[in-house]
Design a binder for this molecule. Structure first.
Ligand code: PLP
Length: 384
C-alpha cells in the first residue's frame, strides 16, 4: 500500500537534492572546521558558505547565525541564555500558553530557579493580542518569547507588531520560527526579533541541526560550554553534513516557497472544506492567518486516536497534534488554550501537507473519512 504522508509538521523527508549536497561532507569534506590543514580549511569554507546562505535568506549578518542541534536546543538556549545573562537586570519573562514544549519547559525550569513567567492567553483562533504583551511588561522583564507559527493549529502570530512594541520597551524578543522558516516569508528585521529559532528537519533538511539567530548586542550566555566553535558561543564540533544540508534546504525554499505555498493553501483549503462538509467537524486555528500546510480539526463524537489508527490502516499518516505529546494522554495544551473542551481536544486530528502532497492524497483522505467517522461515532464512548 502506498503511504500518504500528511505529518510534515512533525518532520519532513530530506529532499533528494539536499541529500546530494550532504553526501560529500561525510567521507569527502570530513575535516574538522577548526583544523588548520587543507581538509579543515575545506570544511571551514563549506561551513561558512552555509552560514552566509542562511543568513542572507533571513536578512541576518553572518556573525548573527549560530548552528545548534535543532529547534529544541535553540529554544532552550534563547530562554536560559537570556535569563542567565540578564539576571541582574530582571527576573521576568513573557511567553504564551501555546508555545512548543521546548519553550514552555525551559520557562518552567526557570520558575523553579526563581524567575517569574507570564503565560499569555490566546483568543479562540490561537492569536496572541500584542496589547496583552505590552500590558504584561514590567520593569523586571528581560525576555518576550512568542512563536511565529503554531505547530498544532497553524496560527501565524503578529510577530512584527509585537517586535515593534518590544523594541520601544527595550526588551529582547525571541520567536520560535521552526514552523515558518522556508514556509512563509521571514526576515529578522521585518519581524523585529533579537533572537530566532529554526530547525532544518521541518523544511526538507536533516534532523539534528538548527540555528539560533542572535542579533548583535543581545546579551546571551552560552548553553553548551566546551570548545571555541561558533565564536565561543556554542561549543562542539560542527555537524557539517547537517549544516550543509540545512543551507541546501533553505536555498530550495528560497526558490520554491512562493509557488509551493500557493499550491499548499489550495490543497489545504480543499481538505478543510471537505472535512467541514462532513458535519460536526470544527476547524481549529485561524482561517487565513494559517500555515500553508496546516489542517487541524475536532470531530464531534470521534476518538482522535481511534481515527488515527483507522487512517493508519489506510496508509494515511496523520497526527493528533504535536509529535511530542503523541505518547501522553493529556489533552493538547494548545487546544485547551483556544477554548476547546478536553473532550474536543481528544477528538482532534492534524493533517499537515507538504512538498509531496497531491490532489489525489486529499481525495483519498476525503474518501476514507466519511465511513471511518460514521463507524467511530457509532461506537464512541465519551471520556470520563
Ligand atoms: C519541531 C518543533 C520544535 C523542535 O525542533 P527540533 O528540531 O525537533 O528539536 C520546536 N518548535 C516548534 C514550533 C516545532 O514545530
Amino acid at each position: 500500500m502506498d503511504v500518504i504522508y500528511l505529518d510534515y509538521a512533525a518532520t519532513t523527508p530530506v529532499d533528494r537534492a539536499v541529500l546530494e549536497e550532504m553526501l560529500p561532507c561525510f567521507a569527502g569534506t570530513y575535516g574538522n572546521p577548526s583544523s588548520i590543514h587543507a581538509l579543515g580549511h575545506d570544511a571551514r569554507q563549506a561551513l561558512e558558505e552555509a552560514r552566509a546562505a542562511i543568513a542572507g535568506f533571513i536578512g541576518a549578518r553572518r556573525d548573527e547565525v549560530f548552528f545548534t542541534s535543532g529547534g529544541t536546543e535553540s529554544n532552550n538556549w534563547a530562554i536560559k541564555g537570556i535569563a542567565s545573562a540578564n539576571r541582574a537586570r530582571g527576573n521576568h519573562l513573557i511567553t504564551t500558553s501555546i508555545e512548543h514544549h521546548s519553550v514552555l519547559d525551559p520557562c518552567r525550569f526557570l520558575e523553579e530557579e526563581g524567575f517569574r513567567v507570564t503565560y499569555l492567553p490566546v483568543d479562540g483562533c490561537g492569536l496572541v493580542d500584542p496589547d496583552d504583551v505590552r500590558k504584561a511588561v514590567t520593569e523586571r522583564t528581560i525576555l518576550i518569547s512568542v512563536m511565529h507559527g503554531n505547530n498544532e493549529i497553524g496560527t501565524v502570530e503578529s510577530i512584527a507588531e509585537i517586535g515593534r512594541m518590544a523594541k520601544q520597551e527595550g526588551i529582547c524578543f525571541h520567536t520560535d520560527a521552526v514552523q515558518t522558516l522556508g514556509h512563509i516569508p521571514l526576515n529578522v528585521d521585518d519581524l523585529g526579533v533579537g533572537l530566532l529559532s529554526a530547525s532544518a528537519h521541518k523544511l526538507y533538511g536533516p534532523k539534528g541541526v538548527g540555528l539560533l539567530y542572535v542579533r548583535r548586542g543581545v546579551r546571551l550566555s552560552s548553553l553548551i560550554h566546551g570548545g571555541s566553535q561558533e565564536g565561543h558561543y556554542r561549543a562542539g564540533t560542527e555537524n557539517l553534513p547537517g549544516i550543509v544540508g540545512f543551507a541546501a534546504a533553505v536555498q530550495m525554499a528560497e526558490k520554491e516557497m512562493e509557488r509551493e505555498g500557493k499550491e499548499l493553501v489550495r490543497l489545504r483549503d480543499s481538505l478543510i472544506n471537505g472535512l467541514v462538509g462532513l458535519g460536526g467537524v470544527h476547524l481549529n486555528g485561524h482561517s487565513d492567518r494559517r500555515l500553508p500546510g496546516n489542517v487541524n480539526v475536532s470531530i464531534d463524537g470521534v476518538d482522535g486516536e481511534a481515527l488515527l489508527l483507522d487512517l493508519r490502516l489506510e496508509g494515511i499518516c496523520a497526527s493528533n497534534g504535536s509529535a511530542c505529546s503523541a505518547e501522553s494522554t493529556e489533552p493538547s495544551h494548545v487546544l485547551l488554550s483556544i477554548g476547546r473542551s478536553p473532550e474536543a481536544a481528544r477528538s482532534t486530528v492534524r493533517f499537515s501537507l507538504g512538498r509531496q502532497t497531491t490532489e489525489g492524497d486529499i481525495e483519498r483522505v476525503l474518501e476514507v473519512m466519511p465511513s471511518s467517522v460514521r463507524r467511530l461515532r457509532a461506537s464512541y464512548v465519551p471520556p470520563l
